[in-house]
Design a protein around this ligand. Structure first.
Ligand SMILES: *[C@@H]1O[C@H](CO)[C@@H](O)[C@H](O)[C@H]1NC(C)=O
Ligand SMILES: *[C@@H]1O[C@H](CO)[C@@H](O)[C@H](O)[C@H]1NC(C)=O
Length: 145
């Protein structure tokens, strides 16, 4: 019984979604090598996450083409992950639900894959509308990164 309860709590801990604070996310992304990845500074990634998901790993939004966007970077099911519901290229070779984890590992690896495409970070509409060409210092200031 105790073992079963422990397992239950352990499973909750790994699957539970999470809303990051700005600096907490900045530090996690930096630790994962996102600062300067493909020439993209850390502040761009934090800005992108702010406007795509408001730092919520559990965010899911539907698009007019029937696809959906998942997780802190709102990665799209038509191109990058499989939601077992709509057609996909599944470029990241993952289940879309893996992008909702409090552990950012899968989402970060997939975001790195997205920006290796020719469009780079311009793939994200919110980055184009809210981050491109702006002073992004506010997204990392005071975070010690
Ligand atoms: C998105 O679409 C899915 C599948 O059709 C549906 O279950 C879900 O409620 C929709 N979410 C929103 C926010 O509309
Ligand atoms: C995808 O992940 C969800 C949630 O973890 C799970 O219910 C589903 O079975 C998974 N699908 C596949 C094909 O792995």
């Amino acid at each position: 019984m105790k073992a079963a309860m422990f397992l239950f709590i352990a499973l909750l801990a790994v699957s539970k979604a999470k809303v990051f604070s700005r600096c907490e996310l900045a530090r996690a992304l930096k630790a994962a090598g996102m600062d300067g990845y493909r020439g993209i500074s850390l502040a761009n990634w934090v800005c992108l996450a702010k406007w795509e998901s408001d730092y919520n790993t559990n965010a899911i939004n539907n698009n007019s083409d029937g696809s959906s966007d998942y997780g802190i970077f709102q990665i799209n099911s038509r191109w990058w992950c499989n939601n077992h519901r709509t057609p996909t290229e599944n470029g990241c070779r993952i289940n879309c639900s893996e992008l909702l984890s409090a552990n950012l590992h899968v989402a970060i690896q997939c975001a790195k894959r997205v920006v290796r495409d020719p469009n780079g970070i311009s793939a994200w509409v919110a980055w184009r509308n809210k981050c491109r060409g702006r002073d992004l210092n506010q997204y990392v200031s005071g975070c010690g990164v």
